[in-house]
Write a protein that binds this ligand. Sequence first.
Ligand code: DLL
Length: 433
Amino acid sequence: MIWNRTMECMSREDMRSYQSEKLHSMVERVYHNVPFYRDRMQQMHLSPEDIRSVDDLQKLPFTVKTDLRDNYPFGLFAVPQSQIIRLHASSGTTGKPTVVGYSRADIAVWAEVIARSLTAAGIGQNDVLQVAYGYGLFTGGLGVHYGAEKTGASVIPISSGNTRRQLQLMEDFGTTAIACTPSYALYLAESLQEFKIKRENIKLKVGIFGAEPWTENMRKAIEEKWGIIAIDIYGLSEIIGPGVGCECIHRCGMHIMEDHFIPEIIDPQTLEVLPPGSRGELVFTTVTKEGMPLIRYRTRDLTRIIDEPCACGRTTVRIEKCCGRSDDMLIIRGVNVFPSQIESVLLEMKETKPHYQLIVEREHNLDLVTLMVEVDEQFFSDEIKMLEALTAKIAHNVQSTLGISVKVKLAEPKSIERSEGKAKRVIDKRNIG
Ligand code: DLL
């Protein structure tokens, strides 16, 4: 089944002219409504008239995450606040989150791209879909929710966490499809035994997994353990949330919703656009978004565009599974974490030094983080109670700022290895890149 045959199976030529037309009108809109973009374009002596087709895209400047922070919270919005009906946020590189705003039409586009994604995964009105992505500022839960309702599936908005209840409702409500992170899908499978729930009493047949990188081996493990089809779904808050791209049941790359988001692949060092098929950093331009359109947004995700035809009949280009990032962002239990955020938490505390190391491991398919922190000489003590209180305080501050729990280990002053070059802040033992 194909949700929107007109858009998903358009000829390449028609898609190009459709994108070109939308691109021009988007550039015109942001030029007149967003001072940030107008200034940038004026500096480059560009006017909206210079952007007539997709070929002109390369004339435009890139946008990066720090541009969002510098314009925090609403500086990049292209419509008045009265037209914004939803706000979401994800992690920024330091203190401030990255904020995104949606108009009513944007929410409709989002539901549309999710409906396309779910349909591509074989999910429809006869399915019971358990949405186990977090609901809230994170785009996973609510994003999938609206599109899922559009398809007519029976939606269970259970949100993330509470494994026992997840499995119980799967059994009781006859869940046939689940949306969650791939690591949680594996964790759920392994928890069946613990909660004495039998696989044969669960009707699950498909899962729609994303929000973090996962390998083909992990897909195999999920498909075998659950006996289901595991579909990869991609997205990022800045562009819209989940649904920027999604695999079909052939599972050979994620179809990009190209009538809304134009992809490019660049070399992250030289910023040159790379020839078709090359691996590099994925960049998106949103051509239909009203609330916060983005021009050439650098996702930092590394992948490749596949433009060979797909057996499903969709003509949209696909991206290969994302195989890493061109920055140091980590995804821990689905939460985006920048090491610089840890640093700013430590800098705010007088007892600690910003010398630290993060060790990330995966145990029973759950991410575990140990944070080694150097204590300031003045505060270092032999008194166990004091050290325990400090450990708890650091863990609490990290949890409340970053939203992840870490196991804190205190280190003596000057004991964490200093590096002459770039400090090795993160030791990721998960093997997922
Ligand atoms: O994670 C949106 C999402 C929700 C996607 C649910 C899929 C499912 P952010 O929190 O802004 O948004 O994080 C975006 O997560 O730049 C990638 O690095 C990573 N990511 C998302 N999906 C995938 C995937 C959501 N399928 C960042 N494979 C992105 C690999 C992914 N990485």
